[in-house]
Write a protein that binds this ligand. Structure first.
Ligand code: ADP
Ligand code: TRP
Length: 334
């Protein structure tokens, strides 16, 4: 379904990933991108400044996210890989799109509404701490997408609304000029991607402190895996694998054969909790072994990554310039 299509993926620079980020976002994004005829992937650094005001921290996060994607096999020869801020046409396009964005659409954006709700709960004024970058960010996201004539935007469920806003803005622009100036994108949800549970059984998330990190040293990864709670039943007692959290986490990463081996061992009273934790640990370490080596290489030789991002922006800009020209010709009647 991605043959002949232009797919665009935006990633936030959020720091080093955990197993949930990798299996839920990074791995599928790279796989989908490889199937697309044209793939654009960018680091959403202008989006990030709304929340992160420390340039040192932000710069580090941008570096990390670039190295993570390359380490996991993003191919910069196939994918146009760039930083949003290296393609200034996107922000010019945003300015034009503002004129076609009803304010009411921004009021309805989940990201903004979530902040207002948080303020209300804390008894603060609605707009406390909310900047215009956050308020208007669906328009910048629309520009991210529309600039590259995108057909498909793979997203998590929380981002569906933003792609719909991009469609609406493009639709409003096209309707005004009576022709298709901007391509209207659709979103794509990978149904097979499951939520990875964390070491406490809730969704694995930075904010719950329950993650299995991927780029920490082996000891730290082992510590996380071994912190998964288990009971004191003896090895010989047959156990239902579906009631065991280690097995639930293993499901997200193991091959069907590996999974069967663990399930049979638990049911038959042959595998104890120490065994299954070691199996999970091995699976995690195997999955990321090569990526961790590459990640360290790229972090140490970041100038090479800079070069790749620069080249990506050089490929992206002519397309962005063409879109900008099309829009300017329309709005200024040139
Ligand atoms: P976190 O919850 O750790 O703050 P983010 O919100 O930054 O993670 O998520 C980054 C990406 O990783 C999103 O696309 C999100 O859907 C995905 N993701 C995060 N946690 C998980 C998880 N436990 N299982 C599957 N995907 C996840
Ligand atoms: N808003 C997205 C997120 O929070 C990141 C993003 C910015 C994006 N611009 C985009 C995603 C364009 C897809 C397309 O994850």
């Amino acid at each position: 379904m991605f043959k002949g299509k232009t797919v665009l993926t935006g990633v936030k620079p959020t720091g080093t990933p955990h197993l949930g980020n990798y299996l839920g976002a990074i791995k599928p994004a790279i796989a989908l991108g490889n199937q697309a005829t044209n793939h654009f992937m960018f680091i959403a650094d202008y989006h990030a400044i709304n929340a992160e005001k420390d340039p040192v921290v932000l710069n580090q996060k941008i570096k990390e996210v670039a190295c993570v994607y390359l380490a996991f096999g993003l191919d910069p020869n196939h994918t146009v890989f760039y930083r949003q801020s290296d393609v200034p046409e996107i922000t010019e396009i945003t300015t034009i799109l503002y004129a076609y964005t009803p304010k009411g659409l921004m009021n309805k954006s989940h990201a903004y509404k979530a902040c207002v709700d948080k303020n209300r709960e804390a008894g603060k004024p609605d707009d406390d701490g909310i900047n215009m970058g956050l308020y208007t960010y669906p328009t910048l996201m629309a520009a991210d997408i529309l600039t590259f004539n995108t057909d498909i935007v793979p997203v998590g469920r929380d981002q569906i609304q933003h792609v719909e806003i991009a469609r609406d803005i493009a639709g409003a622009f096209n309707a005004h000029y009576g022709e298709e100036v901007l391509k209207q994108p659709t979103y794509y949800i990978e149904e097979s991607v499951a939520v990875v549970p964390g070491v406490d059984g809730r969704k694995m998330s930075k904010s719950y402190n329950n993650v299995i990190p991927l780029f920490a040293d082996d000891k730290e990864i082992k510590k996380a895996v071994f912190s998964v709670p288990t009971d004191s039943r003896p090895i010989e007692e047959p156990k239902n694998p579906d009631e065991i959290l280690v097995y639930e986490i293993y499901k997200s990463i193991a091959t069907p054969e590996q999974l069967k081996e663990m399930a049979d061992g638990l049911r038959g009273g042959k595998l104890g909790y120490g065994h299954i934790k070691n199996m999970l640990l091995s699976a995690v370490l195997d999955e990321v072994k090569e990526a961790r080596e590459k990640y360290n290489y790229y972090m140490e030789n970041y100038h090479e990554v800079e070069e790749m991002l620069k080249k990506g922006a050089e490929k992206a800009r002519p397309i962005a310039q063409a879109t900008l020209k099309r829009l300017k010709d329309k709005v200024f009647g040139r």
